[in-house]
Design a protein around this ligand. Structure first.
Ligand code: TMP
Length: 267
C-alpha cells in the first residue's frame, strides 16, 4: 500500500491526499458522534454502508445534473473525490418537523411542513454549528449572494429528487444536511456538492410505520443503528456486495483495513 498523506480527520471520515493533484481519498470510519462530539461510539460496518449509500446517491444526483465531488468508489471504505474548498455552511432542508426545529420552534414532532424549509448553519464546532441567516453569510463573506442562490437551487433540487427516490423504496425523507465546496479548474470555479449523503446526515422514516432508520437511532440510544443503515441500503438495492458491513464477493479484506500507521502522517 502506498504511503498517503492524511489531510484532515473529521468525526466520521478521514481525507487523504489523492493519486492525482486535485483529488482526495475520502475514508469512511465506523465512528459515530452526536451533540458536537459529546457522544461517541463505534458502529461496526457503518463506514462501509455509508460509503456505498453515498456513492449511490451522488451518482444518481449527477445523473440529474447536480455537480458533485464524487469520482469513483475505490473499495469498501474509500472513494476518490475532487478536492474542494469546503464552504463553511451546513445546508439543511426540512420537509417534516423533527430534531432541532421542533426544539427551537415548539412544533409538533412529525408534522409535515407547509413547504420545504432551507436553513444554514455556520460550520464551527467550537460554536456548536449555529443557525445563521443569509445576511450573516454574505456580510461575513462565507459565500456570495450568487453562491447562496446556487446552494439553495441545488439543495431544493436534491430535496425534490431524493424525496421521490426514497419514497419509491418506502422511506420518507424528513430532512437532511448537505455541504458544498469550491472546485477550481484553471481560472474557473465551480460549486460541487461534497461530503456525503447517508443516514448519518439524513432523517429517514419508514413510509408506513414511521420507524426511524437513520442516525437518530444512535442519538437517542435506540440501538439497531447498523441494522437500520443496512435496511436503507437494502431498500435502495445496493446491498448485494455488503452484509453486516462485512465484505462478501468482489471485495478483498485488504481493502477493508483501517488506515495504517504509515498513512497517519502529521496533517
Ligand atoms: P437537526 O434537526 O439536528 O438540526 O438536524 C437536521 C438534519 O441535519 C438532520 O437530517 C441531521 C443532519 N445533521 C447533520 O448532518 N450534522 C449535524 O451536525 C447536525 C446537527 C444535523
Amino acid at each position: 500500500m502506498s504511503r498517503r498523506r492524511r489531510i484532515y480527520e473529521g468525526k466520521a471520515k478521514i481525507l487523504f491526499e489523492g493519486p492525482e493533484p486535485g483529488t482526495v481519498v475520502q475514508y469512511f470510519k465506523d465512528d459515530a458522534t452526536a451533540f458536537n462530539n459529546q457522544k461517541h461510539d463505534v458502529i461496526t460496518g457503518k463506514g462501509v454502508l455509508n460509503n456505498r449509500i453515498s456513492e449511490y446517491l451522488m451518482l444518481k444526483l449527477a445523473e440529474i445534473g447536480i455537480p458533485t465531488h464524487f469520482m469513483k468508489r475505490l473499495n469498501m471504505r474509500e472513494q476518490l473525490v475532487r478536492e474542494v474548498d469546503i464552504i463553511p455552511l451546513e445546508v439543511v432542508v426540512r420537509n417534516v418537523a423533527a430534531g432541532s426545529l421542533v426544539k427551537r420552534l415548539g412544533l409538533e414532532h412529525g408534522q409535515a411542513l407547509p413547504r420545504s424549509i432551507v436553513e444554514f448553519y455556520y460550520k464551527k464546532d467550537e460554536l456548536g454549528d449555529p443557525l445563521v441567516s443569509e445576511d450573516h453569510i454574505t456580510a461575513l463573506g462565507w459565500a456570495t449572494a450568487q453562491e447562496l442562490d446556487e446552494l439553495i437551487t441545488y439543495a431544493v433540487r436534491v430535496n425534490d429528487f431524493l424525496t421521490g427516490l426514497f419514497m419509491g423504496v418506502g422511506l420518507k425523507l424528513i430532512d437532511f444536511k448537505l455541504e458544498f465546496g469550491r472546485f477550481w479548474e484553471e481560472e474557473d470555479m465551480r460549486i460541487l456538492l461534497a461530503d456525503e449523503i447517508s443516514p448519518d446526515n439524513c432523517r429517514l422514516w419508514d413510509l408506513k410505520t414511521n420507524e426511524i432508520l437513520d442516525k437518530d437511532r444512535f442519538r437517542q440510544d435506540m440501538g439497531g443503528v447498523a441494522e437500520a443503515y443496512q435496511e436503507v441500503a437494502q431498500r435502495l438495492g445496493i446491498l448485494p456486495e455488503i452484509s453486516n458491513g462485512q465484505m462478501t464477493e468482489g471485495e478483498s479484506a485488504e481493502e477493508d483495513k483501517t488506515p495504517t500507521e504509515e498513512t497517519q502522517d502529521k496533517a
